[in-house]
Every structure is written in structure tokens, then in C-alpha cells.
Design a protein around this ligand. Structure first.
Ligand SMILES: Cc1ncc(C[n+]2csc(CCOP(=O)(O)OP(=O)(O)O)c2C)c(N)n1
Ligand SMILES: [Mg+2]
Length: 568
């Protein structure tokens, strides 16, 4: 057994990866070589002493180690890498406390179907020189939070396990996987085993019989409506999906996570279901006799509630629908969604006289949603904030939301014309992911405007990552909505008839807070100040924080009184 770091990998002169006929000589080096073989460019994380062999191998690799200030942020970033590119993001943590800090990120990726690979360290397994110090059964902890959780106990298995981990992470339905590499296994000499290279895969397309059945249902419908769900936002799908909608001309609405998946101003958008019932978009949902539900994933808060007398639902998905009390499709079209939809469009194009039967409802739905968007009030209304943000964001700009009351307003009111330009989490719906997800978007798309939108509660759950963002030299604007409260819960409390209790807090002066990180900060001081502040922040480049006071009395007025009931 040799501790290889510093002996074989001497200095910085070694070629990247496995070059120059020099095979990896430790488990850690073999792991890093396998990650390079998967095309990994960056690893996000917080190492511990149990990862030091891996860190040393990374030092000599082509992979960049991106330190974060909390493991949770590393996982949110890696998951968002997977969500935006379709390629698993990778994060790294040490044993026990470090690995436990990845768990919320694991759940975020599992519920959100985001491919991610988590690597954690562990004390030696061949001997126990530190008894049970810091030892937690992380593989068991990760098992219900991942598609696969595995301890590496022998270096010969590393190439196949890494390949299997990426295969599992990417395979529909995508998600997180976990590999634990104990420090003595990492340091142990690696046998001469070849890497397992990835190969291109092609998903099966829906069966002709299923396509015929689906086409028949759609042709028979008097009021057909398309619903685009979370899986409609898979990066590989956007062109095919837009093409399908253009060819069949059936109006569509989307779930929160399906937003933007049809490109451009199709004229067929009927709204976003941010609530489960009785929002304006449900005017058309309630009238539809057939809903073609593309990529719906029941991790999302239900976009409509199926009942015994509701419309027929045709589920189009990479995988079959999960049956729920509120979602039990009557027919399914399963297979690679893009090519399956192309075959379906062939059967339908030019042959659907009732395609646009629900379109007459469109203007009134969209007009209701756009109401009061420019109201001159201070603190600003949520509608005004959404409106002003849309004004300064180009079509390809990316808005990344944390979780709070404003998410409902952005989901309902923010119009998107490009896939994955409003990133929100309607699956785990965790606070704290907004800033890290925006950091990842900004790293991947440095030429696009990226805006994180956070409540004053959620922002403070990951605000330490401002240091990471400044250190990485990112261009990013962070908008904080200040109500000095956990506003969403305060709203629910009021809507449910409880007394106003226990939901308010104080805040730091966000402008001073920003300057402590070496970034610029602005506080919006009047009703017309938001758009110019955001514009100036983007124009200046670099990291910028904008704080805006928000008036949440609109929550009650619109979402409870106007829409006629309290929603769960
Ligand atoms: C990690 C986590 N803790 C608690 C919650 C429950 N929760 C949902 S929204 C919310 C309040 C969010 O407050 P803030 O970020 O200030 O946004 P606001 O609603 O005030 O705009 C809470 C506590 C959650 N979703 N995630
Ligand atoms: Mg708040």
C-alpha cells in the first residue's frame, strides 16, 4: 500500500489526466481520471482531511475545484449544472458533518430530477485508528435521497462505479447519486484497470399503437389543451417541443417548472398554473375536455386537480405517470418525448379543426394576470416587481428564484419565451437555493444577464456564498425582497385565520452587508426606482445587490379575495 500523493504526482509538470502513459496510481487518482473521462470540468465543495488525496489528484487534473462556503450551496450549484446542461454536476464533501450538509441538495436534485454526482470522504475502513470519531452512516443517510448510494471498498471497482453513477444520474428520470470514498481506499495503490468510457445513447420512441391511440384521442377532443410540466424543461427537448406546438396549434399552459419550454411568442400561451385551482388560467383548464400533459412530474404542486368528472388526460412522458389522488391519466405516450411528439404531429398536422377552440379565453386570462402591473406604490407591489424585472431582463436573461411568497407572483406573472429562463423550485421548494442556482447559471452563461431573486429570509440562508461569487468574479445581480418576515408563512397564517404571530425578524442593512463582501449595494427608495437600479447594476457588471421593500398586502387582495377562496 503506498500513499501516492507527492511521490508519483510530483509538481505541476504532469500532463493533465492520464496522459504520457502514466496510469493513475491511487484510488483518488483513478477516481479523478474517471471523472475527467466523464467530461467533468468543475467540482463544487468543501473538502475535509478525508478528501485530501482526492484534492491532491484534482490539483494535477484538468478539473477545477470550486470552493463554496457551505456544502449545501455546492450541492445546489452542482444540481443546477445538471438541470441547465443535462450533464451531472459534481460536488464534494468530507465525512459526517460535511456529507450531512449535502442532504438538502440531494433532496433538491432528487425531487427536481436534476442529474448530480456527490462524492464524500470517510474514515479508513481497513482499520479504525480514530474509533467512531465523526463517523455517520452516510450511505444509509443518502439512500432515500438518491437514485444510488454506494461506498467504494476496492479501487478496481472505481471505473465501473463512476460510469454507473453517471449513467444513473443521467437516465430518465434524472437525479442525484452518491459515492463514498474512504480515505484509506483513496490512498491505496490502484490496480491497472481501464476506465469505462461513456457512449452515446438513444432513448426508445413511443410505439406506433400508442401514437395512433393518442392521435385518435386528440382528434376527438372538442376543447384540447396542452400542459407542459417539469420534464418539458429538459435542455434537450426545447426545439422539438416548440415544433410540436407550432405544428398542432393547440393552446398550452404550463406548470411552474415547465415555464418557457415553448420558444418565442407562439400566441398559444394561456398562462402558468401557480395555484392548483381557481386561478384565471383555470378558466381554460376547467373547460378543456382533453389535457395533453407533456412531461408532468407529480413532485410539482398540482397544476390542476383531477376528479372523477374532469377532462380526459393523456400523459406524454419519458417515463410512465405516477398515479396520485389528483393525477391519474387515462392514456399514455411513453418514450423519448421529442421524437415521439414529432411522430404524433405527423398524425395530427392540418387535421385538427378544433385545435384552437379554447383560444378565445386567452386575452381575458392574460389581461387579468397583467392587472396592476405598473401601480405606483411604495413599498412596491409584487406585480410591479415582476413587471420591472421583466423590463430589464432580455429574453435570454435568467431569473433564479429562492422560495418565498414572490415565487407565486413570478410563476403567474413573469412571461418567458426561452427555456430555463425562470429557474424555480416547485419540487422540494427549499429556501436557500436561489443564490447558488443563480451563481451556477452565471458561470455557465457569462454573457447572459442573471438575476437571483430572494426573500430576506431565504437570502440569509445562503448569503455567505456572496464571498464565493465575488471570488469567482461572477456577473450577477441579487435582488432581495424585504418584508422583514417569513412572508409566505405569514400570508398562510392570515389566510387560514390565525393571529399574526412569530413570523417577523430584523435584517442587516443590506447595502452595508454587500459592501462588506466587496460588492455594490443599492436600496430602492421609491416606486419607480427598481428598474433603473437593476439596469445600472447590470450595466456596471460584477456582483451587485439590490434590496427592495415589498408590500405583500396584494397577497390577500388577489390570491385570497379576488380569486375567491383560500388555497392550500
Ligand atoms: C429550508 C426551508 N425552511 C422553511 C421553509 C418553509 N417556508 C417556505 S416560504 C418561507 C418564508 C420565506 O421567507 P422569505 O425568504 O423572506 O420570503 P417571503 O415569503 O417573505 O417573500 C418559509 C419559512 C422552506 N420552504 N424551506
Ligand atoms: Mg421575507
Amino acid at each position: 500500500m503506498t500513499k501516492s500523493s507527492g511521490t508519483i504526482l510530483d509538481g505541476d509538470s504532469r500532463p493533465k489526466g492520464l496522459g504520457a502513459g502514466m496510469g493513475p496510481s491511487s484510488g483518488a487518482q483513478l477516481l479523478v481520471a474517471a471523472l475527467e473521462g466523464e467530461g467533468v470540468k468543475r467540482i463544487f465543495g468543501v473538502p475535509g482531511e478525508e478528501n485530501l488525496d482526492v484534492v491532491e489528484a484534482l490539483r494535477h487534473s484538468s478539473i477545477e475545484l470550486v470552493l463554496t462556503r457551505h456544502e449545501q450551496a455546492a450541492a445546489f450549484m452542482a444540481a443546477t449544472h445538471g438541470r441547465l446542461t443535462g450533464e451531472a454536476g459534481v460536488c464534494l464533501a468530507t465525512l459526517g458533518p460535511g456529507a450531512l450538509n449535502l442532504t438538502t441538495g440531494a433532496a433538491y436534485a432528487l425531487l427536481g430530477a436534476m442529474p448530480m454526482v456527490m462524492i464524500t470522504g470517510q474514515k479508513g475502513v481497513l482499520s479504525r485508528k480514530q474509533a467512531r470519531f465523526q463517523i455517520v452512516d452516510i450511505v444509509s443517510t443518502m439512500t432515500p435521497l438518491t437514485k444510488m448510494a454506494h461506498r467504494i471498498v476496492g479501487n478496481a471497482t472505481i471505473p465501473s462505479l463512476v460510469r454507473e453513477a453517471f449513467r444513473m444520474a443521467h437516465q430518465e428520470r434524472p437525479g442525484p447519486v452518491h459515492l463514498e470514498l474512504p480515505e484509506d481506499v483513496a490512498a491505496e495503490e490502484a490496480p491497472d484497470v481501464p476506465l469505462v468510457p461513456p457512449h452515446p445513447t438513444t432513448l426508445p420512441v413511443a410505439h406506433p399503437a400508442a401514437l395512433d391511440r393518442a392521435a385518435q384521442l386528440i382528434r376527438a377532443a372538442q376543447y384540447p389543451l396542452v400542459m407542459l410540466g417539469a420534464a418539458a424543461s429538459r435542455p434537450r427537448l426545447s426545439a422539438a417541443l416548440s415544433d410540436f406546438v407550432r405544428r398542432v396549434q393547440i393552446p398550452f399552459f404550463n406548470t411552474q417548472m415547465g415555464k418557457g419550454s415553448v420558444a418565442g411568442g407562439s400566441g398559444l400561451y394561456m398562462g402558468t398554473a401557480a395555484l392548483s385551482a381557481r386561478d384565471y388560467v383555470h378558466d381554460c383548464v376547467d373547460r378543456a375536455d382533453l389535457i395533453i400533459s407533456i412531461g408532468h412530474d407529480t413532485v410539482e404542486k398540482p397544476p390542476f386537480l383531477m376528479g372523477p368528472d374532469g377532462p380526459t388526460v393523456l400523459h406524454v412522458g419519458y417515463i410512465p405517470a405516477t398515479v396520485e389522488e389528483v393525477y391519474f391519466p387515462h392514456a399514455e405516450l411513453i418514450g423519448d418525448i421529442g421524437p415521439s411528439l414529432a411522430l404524433l404531429a405527423e398524425r395530427l398536422e392540418g387535421n385538427l379543426p378544433r385545435a384552437g377552440a379554447l383560444l378565445p379565453l386567452r386575452d381575458s386570462i392574460l389581461a387579468h394576470i397583467a392587472a396592476r402591473a405598473t401601480e405606483h406604490r411604495y413599498p412596491l407591489t409584487p406585480q410591479r416587481i415582476v413587471h420591472d424585472v421583466r423590463q430589464v431582463m432580455p429574453e435570454d436573461g435568467i431569473v433564479c428564484l429562492d422560495n418565498g411568497m414572490y415565487k407565486i407572483w413570478f410563476a403567474r406573472n413573469y412571461r418567458t419565451r426561452v427555456a430555463n429562463t425562470l429557474l424555480l423550485d416547485n419540487a422540494l421548494a427549499t429556501m436557500g437555493a436561489g443564490l447558488p442556482s443563480a451563481m451556477m447559471a452565471s458561470m455557465l452563461y457569462p454573457d447572459r444577464r442573471v438575476l437571483a431573486v430572494c426573500g430576506d429570509g431565504g437570502f440569509m440562508m445562503s448569503s455567505q456564498e456572496l464571498e464565493t461569487a465575488v471570488r469567482l468574479g461572477l456577473n450577477l445581480v441579487v435582488l432581495i425582497l424585504e418584508d422583514n418576515a417569513y412572508g409566505m408563512i405569514r400570508w398562510k397564517q392570515a389566510a387560514d385565520g390565525f393571529a399574526d404571530f412569530g413570523m417577523t425578524f430584523g435584517n442587516p442593512d443590506f447595502v452595508t452587508y454587500a459592501s462588506a463582501y466587496g460588492m455594490k449595494g443599492t436600496r430602492v427608495a421609491d416606486a419607480d426606482g427598481l428598474a433603473p437600479a437593476l439596469e445600472a447594476a447590470f450595466a456596471a457588471g460584477g456582483m451587485h445587490l439590490v434590496a427592495v421593500p415589498v408590500d405583500y398586502s396584494e397577497n390577500m387582495r388577489v390570491l385570497v379575495e379576488e380569486l375567491g377562496r383560500v388555497r392550500k
